[in-house]
Design a protein around this ligand. Structure first.
Ligand code: ADP
Ligand code: MG
Length: 342
């Protein structure tokens, strides 16, 4: 072992190029030669007094809703836009520090950003990668990365339709010949479902619940279609008296609570289909719609899209990993994918 290798080993430094899925809900990092090394929520906890970042990712999520007045937890990419540059940067730096990359190396970086981000925001993300010591930073749009991640042949003159339902945004993209042919983005996805559940409990049960509880309800009993009935007990705070109370609700009620965001997602898919050039429409009917992103795991969502569009629908094998896998493939084959980089 030469002296440099000994130093790296002593510091537990790892080396390699990195691919990042900078999602509104979750950030995932792929390290070349190793695979996915970070898969954590896109959350930061900071001090209100001096703005100092206390925790990122899982550590920050654990503090959500439990912080005192001196601390706040924020989601810098809430709503699918980079709502807070500095915090996005701090979060990225925090995650990259967690991997413990060799401080002397200059890795290549591919970062996948929500496709709604502006030119200024893209520049900011690139700068952020450079501050993390990257030699070169390439950006890629989310639907492209998702398509590559699930193994679609995006360079062919064949139309594929990808619907990525994340935390902040649903992006519907028709892809062919290494490009996005048509696109429909709405700021309604998983977060909006959680908010609809919170609202439902306030209106129907005068019960105040937090977002993390609403998300847990969505994941355990939420659905887009009628399913086998289940009942669960929800703990919250009575809106009027302010004291804790428990309410029993059925899964059917949660389905009703989710109706608006589900309808909006279905409408976005329909709209994208309408805008698709006829030559590609026939490919899509043959090949179907592919759903990615965590929101696509809502039970029955694939089925309702199928019923309302008459097009076959499939959920990707690992919907939460498709984007980081695609970004990783691009990182390992930069020349081949030059056309899709920004
Ligand atoms: P982003 O790319 O915006 O970071 P993700 O693809 O990581 O988003 O998806 C996050 C969203 O997926 C969250 O709103 C989360 O609640 C939702 N989600 C994760 N698992 C499930 C599930 N089993 N059922 C329904 N929604 C889910
Ligand atoms: Mg995503």
């Amino acid at each position: 072992m030469n002296i440099l290798d000994k130093i790296y080993k002593a510091f537990n430094w790892v080396s390699g190029d990195i691919a990042i899925d900078l999602g509104t809900a979750n950030t995932l990092i792929y390290l070349s030669g190793q695979g996915i090394v970070i898969n954590e929520p896109s959350i930061v906890t900071r001090s209100v007094h001096d703005g100092k970042v206390i925790a990122v990712g899982n550590d920050a999520k654990a503090m959500m809703g439990k912080t005192h007045r001196g601390l706040e937890t924020i989601r810098p990419l809430h709503d699918g836009v980079i709502a807070n540059f500095n915090m996005t940067d701090e979060m990225l730096q925090g995650f990259i520090r967690k991997i413990n990359l060799n401080r002397l190396a200059r890795p290549k970086m591919v970062i996948c950003v929500p496709s709604g981000v502006t030119e200024v925001e893209r520049r900011a993300v690139k700068d952020s990668g450079e501050r993390a010591n990257a030699k070169e930073v390439y950006l890629i749009e989310e639907p492209m990365a998702a398509a590559i991640g699930i193994g679609l042949e995006i360079s062919k003159p064949i139309g594929n339709i990808i619907v990525d339902i994340g935390g902040g945004t649903t992006e519907v993209a028709v892809i062919a010949l290494n490009g996005v042919v048509s696109k429909e983005t709405i700021r309604i996805a998983g977060d909006e479902m959680d908010e609809s559940i919170v609202q439902w409990f306030r209106n129907e049960h005068k019960l105040d619940i937090g977002i993390p509880t609403a998300e847990a309800i969505k994941i355990t009993v939420g659905s887009a279609m009628r399913m086998k009935a289940e009942t669960i007990s929800i703990k919250g705070r009575d809106l009027i008296s302010g004291i804790p109370k428990v309410v029993d609700v059925s899964s059917d009620e949660i389905r009703q609570a989710l109706k608006d965001p589900v309808n909006s997602i279905v409408e976005a898919v329909r709209k994208a289909l309408e805008q698709t050039p006829p030559e590609l429409s026939s490919d899509i009917i043959d090949r179907g719609i592919i759903l990615t992103g965590g929101g696509s795991l809502l039970r029955g969502l694939d089925q309702i899209i199928r019923e309302r569009t008459n097009v076959p629908v499939n959920v990707a094998e690992n919907p939460l990993l498709a984007v980081v896998q695609g970004t990783g493939i691009v990182l390992e084959n930069l020349e081949k994918y030059e056309a899709v980089l920004m």
